[in-house]
Design a protein around this ligand. Structure first.
Ligand code: PMP
Length: 369
């Protein structure tokens, strides 16, 4: 059950101009694409041939494609009014920042090292970025006490971004801590749990807490465990007042019709079977990746984490990255990221990819005995 008693609180956290704004009403929002369509200045026919039942390219798509919305609501176990489909979770992060942060006044809170788009979206919006760094000497543990202190003492903080599992450290947010944080911020800030990699870890999703917590937002994506980064399809999950606020500013037609059609296919039951097999394969390959890294002198530290990547520290990341790139194996380095000096993130690829990585690392060790 939605806790309606707290709804005004969330509206108070949003930028007043967004609350006051009369949202743009697109043609397709006002009337379904049925009958003689002379309301959207579209072309009467498409140039490319579209099969019957396929998206007709001359027509604007549904702003929130119905079948896809229902598929995602089922997938994440929530009612449809708790779901907003976006152009990747990148767009969800941007919408949240624009709805809740006033330029020059409000702030987001993040715990770096973490996903870089929280900071980029905040800076684009003119919001301050409060960073509570993780402890790089202690497995990148989050400083929970400092975080709770910041949200209670800094009234600028409107959005707290937590990532579970975190990119690039791979650790999950403790549920008891999340509950404490949501209580501490219930009338001051929205807590965003970015679960881009949730399918790879065993911890229950924070979506289970959405019914009881109006200031919680969960971000999910088809880019990682659903093997569809090319689609650009993400989901914001929250109670309806938050979804309504985001709908006010989202682009009129965020998902192209071929994208929506493909995303629906990805969620069909036979694909769900394939997806389970893919996750099992990635789990197995992660074991292979960890085995091929461990015991090598060049690996000074290794954080396996709970996602489809591992984080390592070497003694000369720049040189190793260029060596691997010369062998056409591309890894992720962090030359300018405090706390991640000489760290390299390695995605769990296919067996073939891992064999290529192994060869590249063997060659490096031979060159530099
Ligand atoms: N959140 C995290 C933690 C990520 O690592 C990424 C992408 N690397 C995203 C969000 C963005 O995902 P999407 O492809 O859905 O925009």
């Amino acid at each position: 059950m939605t806790d309606t008693a707290n709804i005004p609180g969330i509206m108070k956290l949003a930028r007043p101009e967004i609350v006051a704004m009369k949202p743009y009403s697109s043609a397709r929002k006002e009337a379904a694409a049925e009958g003689v369509l002379l309301n959207a200045n579209e072309s009467p026919r498409s140039l490319v041939d579209c099969a019957p039942g396929e998206a007709q390219l001359n027509r604007y798509p549904d702003p929130q494609p119905g079948r896809l919305l229902r598929g995602l609501a089922d997938l994440y176990g929530l009612p449809e009014d708790h779901v907003l489909v976006t152009r990747g979770s990148d767009e969800g992060i941007d919408l949240l920042t624009r709805v809740f942060c006033r330029a020059g006044q409000d702030a987001i809170l993040q715990c770096p090292p973490t996903f870089g788009m929280y900071r980029i979206c905040a800076q684009t919006q003119g919001a301050a970025v409060v960073s509570i760094p993780r402890d790089s000497a202690n497995d990148f543990a989050m400083d929970g006490e400092e975080l709770l202190r910041a949200v209670s003492e800094d009234p600028r903080i409107r959005l707290v971004f937590l990532t579970s599992p975190n990119n690039p450290t791979g650790d999950c947010v403790d549920t008891d801590f999340l509950l404490k944080l949501m209580d501490a911020t219930h009338d001051t800030a929205v807590v965003v749990v970015d679960e881009a990699y949730a399918e790879f870890c065993d911890q229950p999703s924070a979506t289970e807490l959405l019914h009881s917590h109006p200031n919680l937002v969960v971000l999910r994506t088809l880019s990682k465990a659903w093997a569809s980064a090319g689609l650009r399809c993400g989901t914001v999950l929250a109670q309806p007042p938050v979804i309504d606020l985001l709908r006010r500013i989202i682009a009129p037609y965020p998902l192209a019709s071929p994208v929506a059609a493909l995303a629906e296919r990805v969620l069909k039951p036979d694909m769900q079977v394939r997806q389970k097999a893919l996750i099992a394969e990635i789990r197995e390959n992660k074991g292979t990746l960890l085995a091929l890294l461990s015991g090598r002198a060049l690996i000074k530290d290794l954080w396996p984490g709970q996602a489809n990547f591992v984080l390592t520290r070497t003694d000369d990341a720049a040189a190793l990255l260029s060596h691997c790139a010369r062998q056409r194996v591309i890894l992720r380095g962090y030359p300018n990221e405090p706390g991640l000096e000489n760290c390299i993130r390695i995605s769990v690829g296919s067996k073939q990819d891992l064999a290529a990585l192994e060869q590249a690392l063997d060659a490096w060790e031979e060159e530099r005995p």
